[in-house]
Design a protein around this ligand. Structure first.
Ligand code: KG4
Ligand code: ZN
Length: 348
């Protein structure tokens, strides 16, 4: 089954054609990063206007690259939320119009469910994903620990009480005077730094707690930087690298500790990393290192994350994949597409 996926929840206009939730025939992303670099962040009105300009050409390009036509598409999946309403409405309007005009089923997809299903893209039939599993979803706007016992069954074990991990990366990048988007910039700066240089807080690290909080960590970085400004005037490259590395270490430590503690508690077979921050090299490496040090019964946990970095950040292939499994699991439903019921929509 071939699904056309459409994603416009924030600042990427994206369309993709995916077969059976795993085989990517095309994945077109028109990024607005250069536009938002000028303001250091996304201005919703600017993002929405850009989506209007790009949505039709991006859909056309996705069909063209997949060597197919809209008539050969079996269903249309679109991000219904969460996201910027003025951005979401452009994708939803395009998808609804196409679905009605071409009499195709329309599948409204939760954006985080999309990120989760990025780990099915390019799945090796000889090494299929095995349930139960726990996914750490780490994005700019969202940060959850999700357990899945089967397809499209999402149980939220924990979530952020304030900033998401990606948001913390973006804010720390601003504090350090690094560019936009912050995650990759902080990560690059951290490569030259000493992660043990500054001892930064690890919030909510209690045994039973699967929620996250990163605002205290961000404030700790802000205080370090203010003190350095008062003492030295300007920030040295070395100082920036050490703060970036210590910050990255603290975020990854909290994320991986909770992910693996949850994996042990629920005796799952796999752990997945998903969302923009799952592109982070230290997060991937630390998860692997910690799995190797787990008790023998948990050491054969399978770790999955996308090898293609464009599947970690916002894209439409993941929306088409989630749409496929949603359709297969729950069938086509008449849904108000902008009324996003949340990630746990199908958990009974
Ligand atoms: O999933 P995503 O594309 O959009 C949302 O749904 O929010 O995630 C974007 C977030 C941004 O905060 C960005 O700074 C972060 O992912 N990010 C990273 C890296 N690449 C992107 N954070 C840390 N390290 C990276 N390599
Ligand atoms: Zn996202």
């Amino acid at each position: 089954m071939k699904i056309l996926g459409i994603e416009t929840s924030c600042d990427e206009t994206a369309a993709a054609v995916v077969e059976d939730g795993t085989v990517v025939h095309s994945n077109v992303i028109s990024s607005q990063i250069p536009l938002h670099r000028k303001t250091g962040g996304v201005v919703p009105e600017v993002a929405a206007r850009e989506h209007v300009l790009k949505i039709i050409p991006v859909i056309d390009e996705a069909l063209f690259r997949a060597k197919t036509t809209i008539d050969e598409i079996d269903a249309i999946a679109v991000t219904q939320g969460p996201g910027l309403l003025s951005s979401l409405v452009i994708g939803v309007t395009a998808a609804t119009t196409l679905a009605v005009a071409k009499k195709k089923p329309l599948i409204p997809v939760n954006h985080i469910a999309g990120h989760i299903y990025a780990n099915w893209l390019g799945e090796d039939p000889d090494d299929p994903v095995r349930f139960p599993l726990i996914v750490l979803t780490v994005s700019g706007g969202h940060n959850e620990l999700v357990m899945m016992k089967s397809h499209c069954d999402f149980i939220i074990l924990g979530e952020t009480l304030d900033d998401a991990a990606g948001e913390a990366f973006d804010k720390v990048a601003r504090i350090l005077g690094l560019g936009y988007p912050g995650g990759p910039q902080v990560s690059r700066a951290a490569e030259a730094g000493n992660a043990l240089c500054f001892k930064l807080p690890r919030a909510l690290s209690g045994d039973k707690n699967f929620d996250f909080s990163f605002s205290g960590l961000k404030t700790a970085v802000l205080n370090l930087v203010r003190n350095e400004h008062e003492k030295e005037g300007a920030l040295s490259t070395e100082f920036i690298a050490d703060v970036a590395a210590s910050f990255e270490e603290a975020v990854c430590d909290v994320l991986t500790t909770k992910l693996l503690r949850a994996a042990e508690k629920h005796k799952v077979r796999e752990v997945h990393l998903a969302g923009g921050v799952s592109a982070n090299r230290r997060l991937r490496a630390m998860t692997k290192e910690k799995i190797a040090k787990m008790p023998p019964s948990s050491r054969n946990l399978t770790l999955r994350h996308s090898s293609d970095l464009s599947y970690c950040t916002d894209n439409a292939a993941m929306i088409a994949a989630a749409g496929y499994f949603q359709l297969k699991t729950h069938g086509s439903k008449e849904v108000a597409v902008l009324a996003d019921p949340g990630l746990s929509m199908y958990h009974s």
